[in-house]
Design a protein around this ligand. Structure first.
Ligand code: BJW
Ligand code: ZN
Length: 242
């Protein structure tokens, strides 16, 4: 299967990549679903919805502070670095991530769009101001200079994803040769619709995951293997050829 992926990538000039929590799992950051997932003990509706924040902002902030702490101590892994190599190799490259952890940017990826925001930014509920987390006094409840309560600048269930990010991604995808979809369960929309959109545009699709997912039956090539193992192998073959 990896051979098929390499063959497709060798003939391509433009690459679209979608990543999810699985790519950061090998950096020690828990995924959302599955046996060790973040939602094993809490339900998503208790934490990742605007209603949950209205109901209990302390609990939601506590969860985000805990995750910020884990993420701050984590380092990008070989899968993140392999994507930097691919970005340097392809004429056109776009990385759309559902992750909020900044690890792609820290690894050196440049053309990265964030679909679900960033855990290291805050947004004021009153004036809408977006700021870096280090500017917030987060030891207790964080407030803006205007007096408004700050929330994490991420996208929760029921909230609209950033339209500019989505439009730019879909524009790129429509002209891409290949799409790699990596480390995502394909449960959360609208990202879950990307394999089908790619197919409609005639874009070849490669999925990399440690287990079959809801999108496996839709893709051209499915590779069941940890991202940190398979991607460096792909890069070695694809990048060395030219
Ligand atoms: C490895 C690995 C290794 C492990 N190597 N792999 C139909 C159409 C449209 C919308 C909906 C719809 N049906 C329902 C909806 C609504 C909802 C939705 O999708 N719900 C589903 C649960 C059914 N979607 C929304 O609400 C979205 N907004 C929206 O649709 O807006 C419409 C609207 C328009 C106009 C006005 C108002 C509204 C927003 C979704 C926001 C998601 N937010 C979260 C939290 C972000 C902040 C935070 O981090 O705290 O995003 S939820 C969570 O799930 C997070 C993730 O980005 C997202 C996806 O998870 P991901 O990345 O796939 O992780 P996992 O854990 O699920 O999977 C990990 C995978 O990795 C597994 O497959 C492992 O096997 C694999 N893996 N190790 C490779 N080493
Ligand atoms: Zn404010």
């Amino acid at each position: 299967m990896i051979e098929n992926a390499i063959k497709i990538l060798k003939n391509a000039k433009s690459l679209f990549v979608l990543t999810g929590a699985g790519i950061s799992a090998e950096s020690g950051i828990p995924t959302f679903r599955g046996k060790d997932g973040l939602w094993k003990n809490y339900s998503a509706t208790d934490l990742a919805t605007p209603e949950a924040f209205n109901r209990n902002p302390e609990l939601v902030w506590e969860w985000y502070r805990w995750r910020q702490d884990i993420i701050s101590k984590a380092e990008p892994n070989p899968a993140h670095y392999a994507l930097v190599d691919l970005e340097n190799h392809f004429e056109k490259f776009l990385l759309l991530t559902q992750n909020v952890d900044n690890l792609h940017q820290r690894a050196g990826s440049k053309n990265v769009l964030e679909l679900h925001g960033n855990i290291f930014r805050t947004r004021c509920l009153k004036c809408g101001r977006i700021d870096k987390i280090e500017n917030a006094r987060i030891e207790k409840m964080p407030y803006c200079n205007c007096g408004g309560l700050l929330r994490p600048d991420v996208v929760w269930f029921g909230e609209a994803i950033p339209q500019d990010v989505w439009q730019e991604s879909m524009k790129f995808l429509s002209n891409a040769a290949v799409a790699i979809i990596r480390g995502t369960s394909g449960v959360v929309w609208p990202a879950a619709g990307i394999p089908e959109i790619a197919k409609n545009y005639g874009v070849k699709t490669i999925e990399i995951n440690i287990e079959p997912t809801l999108i496996t039956s839709l893709v051209d090539v499915s590779i069941i293997s940890p991202a940190g193992k398979v991607l460096p192998e792909i890069v070695k073959s694809v990048v060395n050829i030219n």
